[in-house]
Each structure stands twice: as C-alpha cells, then as structure tokens.
Design a protein around this ligand. Structure first.
Ligand SMILES: [Cu+2]
Length: 799
C-alpha cells in the first residue's frame, strides 16, 4: 500500500465530519427569500385620487416573516423613475445591508434591483421603510415578524398593527410649507396658539411667560394629516373569539405622528418593546413614538367587537382596528393637549434656570441665546468603572452573532464566560473625574444609573424619565401619558462588562420652528462631522432636548440601554423619545463596526439635518461609497415669496434659503403721494446662526417713480429680544444707522396683529401696524397703516 493511499484513508473520517457539519449548518440556516417591487401608484385614501408609492402594490408593503437563524435574501426592484432604498428598522445587519443611501450603500437606481442578504440574529417585531428623501410619507413601509429559533414564546394568535399617517399633499410640498414658516398646519389641526385662546383658558400668564422667555409655542406635531391609518386603513377588522388572548405587534410607521393607543376591552400587557422582551407591565393607554414598536397582549371579553384605537398625539384624528364580533365597544377619546399648559413642566423651568449640559459653565442665557454654540460633541474617555456587560447580537471573532431568544427572551447573549459576572448584580457606578485629555472638569457624579445624580448639569434628568413615570406634564394626568420608559424593565440584565471604557457624548437637540431647521449640537448633518467611536468601548449619548417638540431618536445597527432607573435591567431599544425640554441618556456596546446613521425619526426633521453618522474608527468606508457620500451632505435651497397688494401700497419679498443662508429681495412702494410714488428695495444676504441671532449685509435702494435717489450698502444683525421682539440694527455706507423693532401677535389662530417701528438717520421715523386674517394656506386678508402711505387694505399672497 502506498503511503499516499494510507494518507487519503486517514482523511476520510475527517471529510465525513466536515460534510455533515456543512450539511447541518446549511439545514439550520434556511434562506428565506422575498421579492419587493417598489412602484408609483395612484391610491384613493381620502376619497380623492392621490399619488403614492407602493411595495408589491400595497400600503403598507407585505409583512416579512422569518425565523431567527434564517438567512434573509430580499430582492428590492425599483420600478420608479427615482432612486429608492429599504432600511430594516431594528434589524442587526452588516453595515452594507442597512439600506441608508450614501451612508451604507448607493441608492437603488430606477429600473434596477438590489438584493439584500443577511443572517437573522434576533426575533421579535420590527419594520422596514424607504430611507430615501421623503418616500416613507408616500407609503414605502411594512412590517417584519421574526419567530424565535426554538419554538414560540407564546401560543397566542398574533396580529401586526402598523400605524401610519397619510396626506394627499406631496411630501415635498409639505416640506416647503414647513420651511417657509406657515401657520397653516397648526391652524388646520386646531393647535394654533393665540392671545384669545390663552385668555379663554385663563392662561395668559403662561402665554406671556413663554413669549418673555422667547420659547416658541408648544406644538405637538408639525404636519396636518388627511388620515391616520392602521395597516393602511382608517378602520379595519380582525377576528377573535371571546376569551382569546391576542398578541398585537404595534408598530408606529408614521412619518411624524406619535399615537396614544388604547384597547376598549381592557388594559394591554406590554411584553416587548422595540422587538425585545420586557417584564410584563399593564397600561390602559400607551404613547408610542414614531418608529417605536410594542408587543402587547390583550384578552377578548365575553362578547362583542372591541376597538383598538391609535389616536394621533395632537388629537387631530385616529385609526381603529375592531377585534372580535358583535356589538361595538369604542375605546375612550383622548383629550386634545392643552398646549398652553406645557410651560408648567418643571423640567422646563429647571432647564431655563440650570446650566444646560455642554456649555462649560456659561450662563444658559448666553448659550440659549445662541451667542455661543454648544461646544460640539465632547467625546470623553473614562472608565465605566465596575460596569457590566450589555451583550446583544454580540459578535465573537468568528463573526457569528447570537441573540438567544428561547432561554433568554431579552435577547441577551450570556454564553461568554466573562459576561456571567453580570449575575452578581450590583453596579454602583461612580465617575470621579471626566477627562478628555485636555480639560478636566468636575464630574457629573453618577452614583446610579437612574440619572438622579448626574449633578447640576442634569438636575432635570430625574424628572424626565425616572421619577415622573409616564405622566405628561400638561395637566391631563394619565389621560395623555408619556412613554412608559420608567416602568420598562429588561428580562435579563443589560449592564456592561466591568472595566469597559465609557465614551460619553453630549448632544443637544436644537431647532427653529419658524425656519424649520433642526440640529444636533446646533449643526445640521450638512455642517457636521461624524460621531467617532471605537470598537470595544461603551458609548453613552446624553441627549438634551432644547426644543418644544418630542424627538424620536433612532440609532441604526445597535440596541441601546435607555437609562431609566431600572439599574442593570434598563430596557434595550432602537428608538427613544426625547421629550420636550428634557434629557434622555442611552448607552450601547460599540460592537458593530461600521458607519451607522443616527437621527430623529420625524421625517422632516431628519430631512432638515437632525442626523449624524456614527463612525467606528476601525472602519474604512468602501472607496466607491466614499466617492458618492457627499450626496448625503447636500443642503438644498428653497424658494418662496409673499406679496401684499393693498389699496395704498405694496410690499413683499422673494427668498432663497438653505440651512444657514437667506438671500432675500424686499420691496415696499406706496402711491399715497400720487405725483411722486416712492419705493424702496432691499437686497440682503443673511447668515443664520440660530433662532436668536442673524448677521446680514446688502444693498438698499430708494427712489421716486423711475429714478433711484439713494443706493447704499449696509451690514448689521437681527436679534430676538424677550417677548419675541425682533430687533435689527444696521450701519450703511453713507455713515447712517437704522434700528428697527418688529412684533407680531396671534390674536386668534387666524387673526394676527403686527407692528414695526424703525428709526433711520437719513429718513428718521417710520412705522406701520396691521392686521392679517388667514383665509387659506396661501392667502390672507390684510389691513395696514403705514406712516408714509397711510391706510390701506388688500390681500397677502404667498407662493
Ligand atoms: Cu426631531
């Protein structure tokens, strides 16, 4: 026998074992394929035909079913004439499968197909949606249900309820209406604030306190929708037998709408949040933020059909699913918010009096006034002393990821020995000092994870999540609850392994309702750098909301702990609501190397730039992707104008504007003196710093009839004074000075009063005052008195 033959014989058992292994592995990881075709389509949701975008002909798209351990292969065909994409929300995927154009892959071009392929490492309820422009608002979304690998966690029947919001208007038109600062949507929703409105509720004090503090009116949502939908319908039915326990997988797939959900047949038992199991808690009414997911169990009463209702957070409408047969039982009405009341939220007054985080001890007034931007992301390394592990879909060196669901429903990976130390439980985390290498500063002493002792910087944190429970501070008690975060408790510990480096990143959430710009750390995506993190460290985001809106913040590719007072059992989520004027802290294990989008999930806020890339320093971006990445940072210009055509004069402006620049042409012409009509034209370039402060320079032309009498250059600034007085100051090339003061006041949501006085060293005093009545989105009736041109009345037209 040749030695070569003997050698081959010896290899046979090894080969058999190898073949068996390959076969078993292949058998265990079934490939589940889906074909998704995206197309433009006419739909009729409101009784009128409207343009939509659909997935496989429907809104929403189909529910994609998988089992943990499957290999997902999804072919997305773009049958439209524009780019598209699909992002798998909450699914742990390799970075190039995450579906964010220019961040993780090139967009799917018209007429092409992109095949996503990734292992399913988790179970639970998730969803998917387009991540291109405003397509999500047009109908590109659907749900994902992943069964646990070994059996089911419960044997209840199971239904997805995917809520969304619908407008017949084109999303680009919606965006433009928001950008130009129209009051129209708040009027249409009945959420406009006014003097008479406040007086009627006996809340003039709150109204003027807010104006004095230069806080914009509280608004719960930006857009007025035509319909709210559950599974694509205003109203629908699902079957159910009396006594059945049903699992509802509730997904908020809205572009901008938070929902209060409630079941007419009794309380809901929350069993999972954002796809991951939590210790069951009961809620009668639940606030679900945009892009969040809750799995709840409900029990069908003895007889009848019971309403499961999602009421839009602003109270402007709802969608219903009727469960069971027989007599109908309605869910309770959610009262409309009292928007004037919001100012009494303790954290607001605290936020106004405490030093906001990241201001290096400057008086908040200076920071809030925007004289100084928050000093960006302060990434600081320090030991998360005695921390513990959070390990979700944690990768080991073989690249295999686990999210065990059968024995560990919280999807905790406990298989690594070092992580077993979690079991000993106690955490007492103390940071003595934070150092970023250059600065040493007093530590925000953290003595527990509830955030109760974050020090003065975060004095208002505790009020936000931990101790305020989920009651909204709008005088509505539990009628309008906030997110139930304080009660959410993970089934398994989620703390980090001891000794992990903690990188702390402070992010202020800023915005300007009037110009509709939205920022993180006072910068839009187009102006910012990535948030840089390193593999192996723990990362903490301290998110300080300095706006009067809720922002649902979503991190791609990771689950994070929401620091909520549940210590080691802080729940894991992918999306978290940061309530108005409050602070929310999240922490995650940096264990998914890649570039990941992090953004506000209000679609128009994201579009305005309230987003960042979270970049692992170890990760190098594919050169082809790097070449097209600048597309992500485009800062488009918007054009609009308005004109007053009155009996005595005309005035108006044309504006071209992007995030920081406003180029405008203003005119004013009067014919009170019929022999010599006078006019003034101002061409100005404004550089916007924040909603308080804008610098400008330009050209001022004045004349009579066809002759130009004066041409001057000027430079100056606008500054927003307390009580919402808009002041401006300029010096001109003839050595003159102009000072003006302007104020408008909503008497009723439709009727506003405006006044302006100005002093110019050349022309001396000038003043005007007027009333405008909003008739339509683009038209107001106007009456105006002008010191040079006397009284007149007419129309204001916006275009
Ligand atoms: Cu936002």
């Amino acid at each position: 026998m040749s030695s070569a033959f003997t050698g081959t014989i010896l290899y046979i058992p090894f080969l058999i074992v190898l073949l068996c292994f390959i076969f078993l592995t292949a058998a265990g990881a079934a490939t589940v394929e889906y074909q998704l075709t995206i197309a433009r389509q006419q739909v009729n949701i409101t009784g009128k035909p409207a343009e939509a975008m659909t997935i496989n002909g429907g809104i929403p798209g189909p529910t994609l079913h998988f089992t943990e351990g499957d290999n997902a292969r999804i072919h997305v065909h773009n049958n439209m004439d524009v780019d598209t994409s699909i992002h798998w929300h909450g699914i742990l995927v390799p970075p190039d499968m995450d579906g964010v154009p220019y961040v993780t892959f090139p967009p799917i071009a018209p007429g092409t197909t992109f095949t996503y392929e990734f292992p399913i490492r988790q179970s639970g309820t998730y969803w998917y949606h387009s991540h291109t422009m405003l397509q999500e608002q047009r109908g590109l979304y659907g749900s994902i249900v992943i069964a646990p690998q070994h059996g089911v966690t419960d044997k209840h029947q199971d239904h997805v309820i995917l809520f969304s919001d619908w407008t017949d208007e084109k999303p680009d038109a919606v965006n433009r209406t928001l950008k130009r600062g129209s009051e129209w949507y708040s009027l249409a929703k009945g959420s406009g604030q006014s003097i008479f409105g406040a007086a009627g509720l006996g809340m003039l004090g709150s109204f003027f306190q807010r104006e004095f503090n230069r806080m914009p009116p509280m608004d719960i949502s930006d857009v007025a929708y035509d319909r709210f939908l559950a599974n694509g319908k205003v109203e629908s039915k699902i079957p159910g037998k009396p006594g059945d326990t049903v699992r509802l997988r509730i997904i908020n797939g809205s572009a901008t709408t938070y929902f209060h959900v409630e079941y007419a047949g009794g309380p809901m038992t929350i069993v999972a949040a954002d796809g991951i199991d939590v210790k069951p808690i009961q809620e009668k009414r639940l606030l679900i933020s945009v892009a969040e997911i809750y799995d709840v169990l409900i029990t069908l009463p003895a007889d009848g059909s019971f309403e499961f209702r999602g009421t839009a957070h602003d109270g402007s409408g709802y969608a219903s699913v009727w469960i069971g047969e027989g007599m109908r039982h309605h869910a309770g009405d959610v009262p409309k918010p009292n928007l004037y009341h919001q100012m009494q939220h303790t954290s607001i007054s605290q936020a106004l009096s405490l030093t906001p985080a990241g201001t290096m001890g400057m008086p908040d007034r200076m920071v809030d006034s925007g004289m100084f931007d928050a000093p960006g992301m302060m990434a600081m390394d320090h030991d998360a002393a005695q921390g513990h592990t959070m390990d979700i879909g944690h990768g080991d060196d073989t690249g295999m990821k686990h999210m065990e669901q059968k024995d560990h429903p919280a999807a905790m990976d406990m298989q690594h020995d070092e992580h077993m130390q979690i079991e000993d439980g106690k955490q007492a985390q103390t940071m003595e000092k934070i150092s970023d290498g250059e600065h040493s500063m007093p530590a925000p002493a953290i003595s527990d994870r509830s955030g109760k002792k974050y020090g003065m910087d975060f004095g208002f944190l505790a009020a936000d999540i931990s101790s305020a429970a989920n009651l909204a501070p709008d005088g509505m008690g539990d009628e309008r609850p906030w997110s139930p975060y304080a009660k959410l408790k993970s089934v398994k510990p989620t703390a980090f392994v001891p000794g992990k480096k903690m990188r702390e990143i402070r992010l202020t959430l800023d915005g300007d309702m009037e110009r509709y710009v939205w920022f993180l750390n006072n910068k839009s995506l187009s102006e910012s750098d990535s948030i840089r993190i390193r593999q192996g460290e723990a990362v903490r985001f301290i998110m300080i909301n300095r706006t009067m809106m809720h922002h649902p913040m979503h991190l791609h590719g990771h689950f994070f702990r929401v620091v909520n007072g549940q210590e080691d059992f802080a729940p894991l989520k992918h999306t978290v609501d940061v309530a108005p004027m409050s602070t929310t802290v999240i922490e995650f294990d940096a264990n998914e190397v890649g570039d990941w989008f992090f953004h506000c999930h209000l679609l128009y806020h994201m579009k305005a730039g309230m987003a960042r890339i979270v970049h692992y320093e170890d990760f190098s971006v594919d050169p082809e992707l790097a070449a097209i990445r600048p597309n992500l940072y485009k800062d488009p210009w918007n054009f609009w104008g308005e004109a007053d055509i009155l009996t005595n004069m005309t005035e108006g402006m044309l504006t071209l504007s992007n995030t920081r620049n406003i180029i405008s042409l203003l005119w004013e012409a009067g014919w009170e003196n019929v022999d010599h009509p006078e006019w003034e034209g101002i061409l100005s370039w404004d550089r916007y710093f924040n909603r308080f402060f804008t610098l400008f320079a330009g050209l001022d032309l004045q004349g009579e009839e066809k002759s130009t009498e004066e041409t001057r250059g000027f430079a100056g600034f606008h500054y927003l004074l307390p009580l919402y007085f808009e002041s401006s100051f300029w010096v001109d090339t003839d050595g003159g000075i102009r000072i003006s003061l302007e104020k408008s006041l909503e008497l009723t949501p439709r009727l506003s009063l405006m006044g302006e006085v100005r002093y110019d060293t050349h022309d001396l005093w000038e003043g005007k005052a007027g009333l405008a009545y909003l008739v339509h989105k683009n038209i107001s009736l106007t009456a105006l008195w002008h010191s040079d041109y006397s009284w007149g009345a007419g129309l204001q037209v916006r275009f």
